[in-house]
Design a protein around this ligand. Sequence first.
Ligand code: NDP
Ligand code: 8X3
Length: 252
Amino acid sequence: MQGKIALITGATAGFGEACALTFAAAGYHLIITGRRKERLQELQQQLEKTYHIHVKPLAFDVRDRAAVNEALGSLDDSWRRVDVLVNNAGLALDLSPVDEGNPDDWDTMLDTNVKGLLYMSKAVIPWMKARKQGQIVNIGSTAAKTVYAKGNVYCASKAAVDALTQGMRIDLLPYNIKVTAVHPGAAETEFSLVRFKGDESKAKDVYKGFTPLSAKDVADVVFYCCSLPPHVCINDLVLTPTAQANAYYIHR
Ligand code: NDP
Ligand code: 8X3
């Protein structure tokens, strides 16, 4: 198998799916992950047919360390030449003052956004180290930079992604591995539907009165970060809709 390989987590929807389309259009072979197996299989068929690339779908939950290791351990050497890892799988659940938050939601957010990212990185980094090349793109958020009311645990999980990105960059310098954080602002995907547990009207209200980012806008920026010369690394990039100044201020 000739050509570059990107591994994208959370490719069944939103940014991850858009990244899969963008990287596929540029000729990358893809490893796509998420829990919804059927969506992965549909995306695989669509991408292989349209772009004549190889796509490996792996369905697992990033919170399950054994499942992460089993899925990635099943890949043969030709798939271990991962050039780009996009740690994108993640979610927010609910908006509540901290004392009213549901500890199960806290566990889900921290286990997915922070520990899932760590499990994935730990599995893939040895392959990049062995080749002395590669790039990890962690999807943070404007919520990593500015805490907003009732966003407590989600904001903390993304601040952890920010800190981990910095730490990974330092640790991986000797191996020529780029580590980049991309922090998007408000983007209309399944994100708010998940946060509000299927309440479509609450989810729609989040994007009322301004033009949010699209998943493609974010994917284009992620791809740009991965298209620079070998000696150039974007460390930290925040992108928002023009109507948004930070996670808190949106002009509607
Ligand atoms: P979506 O809900 O559209 O997509 C989330 C993706 O993450 C899905 O593919 C989902 O797959 C996957 N995922 C969630 N939990 C797990 C899990 N436990 N195991 C494996 N995969 C999982 O949201 P977005 O595309 O908007 O979000 C992508 C990332 O961007 C997240 O980290 C989010 O926090 C961040 N973000 C989003 C912003 C926004 O406004 N939309 C802004 C800033 C950051 P499946 O359900 O099939 O497992
Ligand atoms: C997702 C965007 O504004 O809900 O990270 O935090 S926001």
